[in-house]
Design a binder for this molecule. Structure first.
Ligand code: ZN
Length: 571
């Protein structure tokens, strides 16, 4: 136990570091001391992994005003207990900083209101018959010309051991358009009616950014990838709701997913867009349980640019973050990411989908960066990461500024030169987290040689790059413990090991999921570790992730999640 971070002495440290005590008038400093005596919350008798390298282990800490005020040993911290202090005896359970997910679509209303044809949270195999049945039920109450849609499909989580195809979906309906969306977000499976409404036939050519896939005899098989889906988005009707109804649904969806996040120990999440007004209303109603870094796109991003709103505007609960992921290529899990070599095991020469030209990407990056907004592009394949880095390097050269930290969402397949360039411009990659455990059934499409360079936590950390964790929910389950297990073991649900050279330690995985996430949003001074002066976000775990079998990390029970000193979830 280090002595420096305990009881009142650390409060002095906190006042100095956190709120510049020297700059405050003498009476204000004295006032702070008087108030500091009694903590609002004290946690003691715990195994605390602080993720603060100056003082990595502790037994106890105290919270006041939503922040940690002292971290140290149980005896010293108990000095801060007053009449009104809430006391938690952790009974030797493990406490870690609240987990941070640096990339999440936070699609609460999909979870609440849509037909789910796969399990959002866990590995679960389903049958094609179950998918058809669920959608048939939906079709019964669906008006003419209106889409029947299923979500959270995973092509490698089918008991049938064959691909879902257009014929299956024709069994749902021949009258209504039917779509089954892969949870990865880059491929959709359609029925004949949908393809017909969009005018897609077996002779329709693909394009640079997408494909209409065919079966062995050249007929459309219903799978459409990336931008080739745009013509299908334009046809058919989708349910429409009044403005009030839309707001209510979005509020309920956000409140719902907030509960799910804290249930898994997440206290901070980067949201990919979504209804900002609804988010604010959820917060005003007291239903926002986690902190949000809001990554804007579309109208919200345009409003930021035209209104002079830069990254960082907001407060500790809702803050404008980087942009929504600006997409440069296809998907890792759905095998459409842009590779520099043809997909292994295929003879078609297919190298994936580049979804934007270098020129368009350059212009977008320059415009956003000039507006003072943190850049964020989605790039999976080595070709796309190269494109994104080229655009970032250009933007940073045109408008040099300190600490831009452009974000690379996924940053899946790297090589030495890309790592060098990432480091040179201090880009922050947010890699897939739960995939190592959840998606081993897809890695044979790439093979071990490529997988050695995919989700390359070891390589990036060794290069001094603070890789962060981005579940990309819907595509990946967002459980941070599932993510940590995969980072530590590189072993999938089926026992397969892919890219074992990229394994990292439990402590490194903890950093990835906490302080590195805070760094990715430029908030490492206020979040990401159990340090006096930082926001009191922490998780109590029933078992120590350092001590359980690595294959059981994902099963550790989250006992309590605390955000800003207040309990947001209790098992
Ligand atoms: Zn995403």
């Amino acid at each position: 136990m280090t002595k420096h971070a305990c009881s009142r002495r650390s409060f002095i440290g906190m006042a100095g570091a956190g709120i510049a005590a020297a700059a405050l008038p003498r009476w204000a400093v004295a006032g702070l001391f008087a108030e500091a005596r009694d903590a609002e919350l004290v946690v003691f008798n715990a195994k605390v992994y602080t993720v603060d390298s100056k003082s990595p282990n502790a037994e106890a800490f105290a919270v006041r005003g939503g922040k940690f005020i002292a971290v140290g040993n149980s005896a010293d911290i108990k000095d801060l207990i007053g009449k009104k202090t809430q006391i938690i005896d952790a009974q030797q359970m493990t406490v870690v900083p609240g987990f941070i997910d640096s990339h999440n679509h936070a699609s609460g209303n999909t979870l609440l209101y849509e037909v789910l044809v796969g399990n959002p949270y866990e590995v679960e195999f389903v049958t094609i018959a179950s998918i058809v049945d669920k959608l048939r039920l939906k079709a019964k109450t669906t008006p003419a010309d209106t889409w029947v849609e299923g979500y959270f499909f995973d092509d490698t989580k089918l008991k049938d051991k064959r691909a879902l195809d257009v014929h299956d979906l024709d069994q749902v309906s021949t009258e209504l358009p039917v779509a089954v969306h892969h949870r990865g977000g880059h491929t959709t499976f359609y029925n004949s009616k949908a393809l017909k409404m969009a005018g897609v036939t077996k002779t329709t050519p693909g394009m640079a950014g997408g494909t209409y896939d065919r079966d062995g005899s050249g007929e459309l098989n219903g799978r459409v990838t990336d931008r080739a889906r745009e013509v299908l988005y334009k046809v058919g009707k989708r349910p429409s709701y009044s403005a009030d109804e839309t707001m209510r649904r979005d509020r309920e969806g956000l409140a719902y997913i907030s509960k799910q996040f804290v249930r898994f120990g997440l206290t901070g999440v980067c949201h990919e867009g979504g209804n900002l007004r609804a988010l604010e209303e959820v917060r005003a109603r007291g239903d926002l349980l986690h902190r949000v870094s809001y990554e804007a796109e579309g109208a919200e991003l345009e409003a930021m640019i035209s209104g002079g709103m830069m990254t960082g505007l907001g407060d500790d609960w809702i803050k404008l973050g980087a942009t929504f992921e600006h997409t440069a290529d296809g998907s890792f899990s759905e095998r459409t990411m842009a590779l520099s070599i043809p997909y292994p095991g295929t003879n078609s020469g297919y190298k994936g989908n580049v979804t934007e030209t270098q020129e368009v990407l350059n212009a977008w990056c320059e415009r956003v960066h000039r507006a003072g907004i943190q850049l964020n592009c989605h790039a999976n394949g080595d070709v796309a990461i190269d494109h994104v880095l080229t655009a970032y390097e250009r933007a940073l050269q045109l408008v040099p500024g300190p600490d831009a930290r452009p974000k690379i969402t996924h940053c899946t397949l790297i090589n030495d030169d890309l790592v060098r360039r990432i480091k040179a411009i201090n880009a922050v990659p947010a890699l897939f987290t739960s995939y190592a455990y959840y998606n081993p059934d897809k890695f044979h499409f790439y093979g071990e040689e490529l997988m050695k360079r995919c989700m390359a936590y070891r390589t990036l950390l060794d290069a001094g790059i603070p890789a962060a964790a981005g579940s990309d929910f819907d595509p990946g389950p967002f459980s941070p413990l599932m993510g940590i297990q995969g980072m530590v073991t590189r072993t999938g649900w089926n026992g397969e090991v892919w890219g074992a050279n990229q394994r990292i330690t439990v402590d490194e995985a903890l950093r990835v999921n906490t302080i590195n996430g805070a760094y990715a949003t430029r908030e490492e001074a206020s979040k990401g570790s159990i340090t006096p002066g930082k926001l009191a976000d922490f998780v109590i775990l029933a078992e120590d992730l350092h001590k359980v079998e690595p294959e059981k990390i994902k099963d550790i029970r989250v006992v309590r999640t605390v955000v800003g000193g207040l309990t947001a979830y209790r098992a």
